[in-house]
Ligand binder design. Sequence first.
Ligand SMILES: [Zn+2]
Length: 435
Amino acid sequence: MRIRFYNARVLTMRDGEDIFEGEVWTQDDKIIFCGKKSQVDEYYKENPQSKLSFDREIDCKKNLLMPGFKNAHTHSAMTLLRSRADDLPLQDWLNEQIFPVEAKLTAEDIYYLTQLAILEYIEGGITSIFDMYLTPMSIADACRDAGMRCVQVGAVNNFSQSVELVEECYNTLNGRDSYNSYILGFHAEYTCSKELLEKIAELAHKYKAPVFTHISETAKETAECKERYGLTPTQFLDSLHMFDYGGGGYHLVHTDEKDMEILKKRGMYVVTNPGSNTKLASGIAPINEYLKRGIPVALGTDGPASNNCLSMFREMFLATGLAKLRENDASCVDAMEVLKMATVNGAHAMGLNNCDMLSEGKTADIIMIDLNKPNMRPINNICKNIVYSGDPSNVKMTMIGGIIRYEDGNYNIGIGTDELYKKVEEIKARIDKEL
Ligand SMILES: [Zn+2]
């Protein structure tokens, strides 16, 4: 399958490259050409034997092609819990509302609830997710069947999953199909015993692999870890040699100087979740401090129970807006920095090094931003328009692995929206009855 996007503006996200007018061509799951109009003729000169015929040629009408957004932290199947328990203190929210419902979820429920999230991802230009949830195999199936790129992370804690399951997923999901991969991880320090954490650290050493987890989301969690072990969560986990092969933390809101030194030394990623941190009153992450130290920051929505929407546009605005507020400096964390977090840094954090930019040979995970909308006009600065005034309605097309999964309001994930909404309502009704 060969697709030609022409008459486009192109934002490659390659370092230092400005937006240009040109074309992008894909063949199967790869980008085979990405360049300016003048380079098209050059390409044909260099490849005279391949006067390519295309299965589809798309006139982009000067709209923008760019790499898809990477949602670097989510719990997709928590769609069921969206707007079910809000405006509550964090602990009440978790213990009285979230956990009892989650206890009733089956692997099949999670398959459909994940697919509901996928609809929202693709209509918002998200082409990869870094997902942590309860039943990894049914999540992987949901993503494969819908054509969503998914990197899962181990979610083991004292109450669910096991280190054995994490190792099994690591060995089976990596390479199982072209959509799924798996990274070692656990839920959080505060939900795992020291023994359990030591076993995960052993796995990291066995496979020489990075580890990701929730770290220092709240002040309470951080203080309690200090009481237990005399160290912050970052310092305690590092003392177990958890991050000897890198990895990263979700949230990382309440960190000190020593924590940042560890993040830097271990080559770790910070995945910031400003929407969730705002709604759950967890605090404002010091992302300007991380960036100043050269610690890469990626961006995630967190789950739909704590956010509640799965839009990277909102996260981008909040990431820079909250950083400006925190630092009392309207110039910090500029729009381009935020776009990099939402694309390149996210891809690298997730181990998707071939999905980070638009370039020949890279994976064809591409979105088209509709510039023919009032919130994108006038065209003073497209990147700033996307970060400060963009929203999912600006996404015209989402391609994952060379297949268009969303285009002008139409979804292509193998199941119709009516059928999927019906399934989700049935799950909701069943669980309400069981509770
Ligand atoms: Zn989370």
